[in-house]
Design a protein around this ligand. Structure first.
Ligand code: TYD
Ligand code: MG
Length: 457
């Protein structure tokens, strides 16, 4: 195939937005002076790179009725780790591209090496490292006691050459560690730049889709938590997993932030040990580490993360403000939600905080995205304001509405059962979440209004 003329474009280095002409401000992310001219080479969108890929230079696609399209999915396969399978939505989907993001040192290479060593016993697997030397990886695999005889290794940073090797080896699964060091000939930017990262990822992903290979791409996040410019890769790949640290440095949380093949709120928890990453199969109470003495401003909330409950401590600190504009600070929770809760507390609880600084913290580095923490947050705030400790064995959950009503949340019964299992004896929950049949060991107080909840404590 003849080489087509190289294409030029302007790409925003912040968000990867593309434009045919230079612009002072990016229309998508509103950043200034971020458009850089790049040479897209001849690799996109239709031409094939050197070393022709079978079927790449497309024949004309046929139109089909939606009903005629086979909806049969290729069967998923397990990663060997149930926590990883859970976050993926039930294992790997052949032909899918999965991005694993995280800060350097989060354990991305470790979890992928462990996974591939295990998967390699059933299928051809290829680990491409552009960062660590193969000796380093081999030493690590040996130290971790992983089965190393079937896994194929490749030290390479050229996306084209990786695909040439993959065409010969025909692996069912490929790891690219990491996308930041990959490059393509003809793309006119340094490895790690937005253009290289995006073009290499798109090229590798096209190969994965056409051959039914699972592609696992490692991406380091920068200090503002973006992967080589936010959004750069997220529309190319199918699933984006983030591996994050918790306050307890042993634990790692894996979370799907995008998933075309499963839920996005599913959570996997691992512990970093001297023998690599180990799964934590019953993690519901790992974030509970309260001391013996009771302190004011603290209560346990039962979260629902994906398909299972998680007990987390919510702490509030309310202190008289020295500022004209008192502070409202949250860690692990939405700040606007706190402002709303305080307004409800004033209007429907008759409790004023307008001269107080209010801090709300979710212990353990967990980020709460559901509304069930509203009630626990409010009770913690009231407890701190009055310097009145809540019972150690009490939990609370429920959404607080603007009219001061306490609204039910999903999976109330399962949350209560989990709390009872961990020895909690009292629960303040929305009345609609109160189970009809008593749960042994836990006394459940159903509340309909904020004032009921305040009476209950
Ligand atoms: P790594 O997988 O190299 O991180 P990433 O690829 O995300 O940058 O993990 C490196 C960290 O994990 C490093 O700080 C050491 C730690 N670690 C252990 O504690 N135990 C182990 O068995 C391994 C392999 C790593
Ligand atoms: Mg690494």
């Amino acid at each position: 195939m003849a080489k087509s003329k190289s294409r030029k474009a302007f790409v925003c280095s912040e968000c990867g937005s593309e434009s045919s002409k230079w612009q002072g401000q990016c229309p998508d992310c509103k950043a200034w002076n971020t458009f850089k001219e790049i040479n897209l080479g001849s690799s996109r969108p239709h031409a094939t790179p050197a070393g022709n890929l079978s079927g790449f230079a497309g024949s004309l696609a046929a139109v089909q009725a939606l009903s005629e399209v086979s909806a049969e999915e290729a069967p998923r396969f397990s990663s060997g780790y149930s926590e990883l399978d859970r976050v993926l939505g039930g294992g790997f989907v052949p032909g899918s591209a999965v991005l694993i993001g995280g800060h350097p040192g989060a354990g991305k290479s470790t979890i992928l090496l462990q996974t591939l060593c295990h998967v390699a016993s059933n299928m051809n697997a290829l680990y491409v490292s552009g960062e660590e030397s193969l000796q380093q990886i081999a030493a690590r695999a040996r130290r971790l006691g992983l089965p190393t005889d079937r896994l194929k290794m490749l030290a390479e940073t050229s996306a084209e050459r990786i695909i040439q090797v993959a065409e010969q080896e025909k692996p069912g699964i490929i790891v690219i560690d990491s996308i930041q060091v990959m490059y393509m000939e003809g793309v006119d930017s340094a490895p790690g730049g937005v253009a290289q990262v995006r073009e290499s990822a798109a090229f590798l992903t096209r190969f994965a889709k056409q051959t039914g290979t699972v592609l696992l791409i490692v991406g380091h996040v920068t200090k503002d938590n973006s992967l080589a410019g936010p959004m750069t890769l997220s529309h190319i790949i199918d699933t984006q997993l983030m591996l994050g640290n918790t306050d307890d440095s042993r634990f790692r949380i894996m979370r799907a932030t995008k998933n075309r093949f499963g839920q996005v709120n599913e959570l996997g928890i691992f512990a970093m040990t001297e023998r690599g990453l180990k799964e934590v199969k019953n993690p519901s109470a790992i974030f509970l580490s309260r001391g013996e003495e009771t302190t004011s401003g603290s209560i346990i909330n039962v979260l629902w993360e994906g398909t299972r409950p998680l007990l987390v401590e919510i702490q509030a600190l309310v202190v008289e403000s020295q500022l004209g504009n008192p502070r409202r600070v949250t860690v692990g929770m939405d700040q606007n939600r706190l402002a709303m809760l305080l307004a409800v507390l004033t209007r429907h609880g008759g409790i004023f905080t307008s001269d107080q600084d209010v801090f709300l913290n979710v212990v353990g580095g967990v980020r709460i995205t559901e509304t069930s923490a509203d009630l626990a947050g409010l009770l913690a705030i009231v407890s701190s304001l009055r310097d009145n400790p809540l019972p150690q064995d009490m939990i609370a959950f429920g959404e607080v509405g603007l009219a001061g009503e306490i609204r039910p949340v999903a999976n109330g019964q399962e949350r209560l059962i989990e709390a009872a299992k961990h020895g909690f004896k009292k629960a303040i929950v929305p009345v609609a979440n109160k189970p009809r049949k008593d749960i042994p060991g836990i006394q459940v107080i159903g509340v309909t209004k904020l004032s009921d909840a305040l009476d209950a404590i």
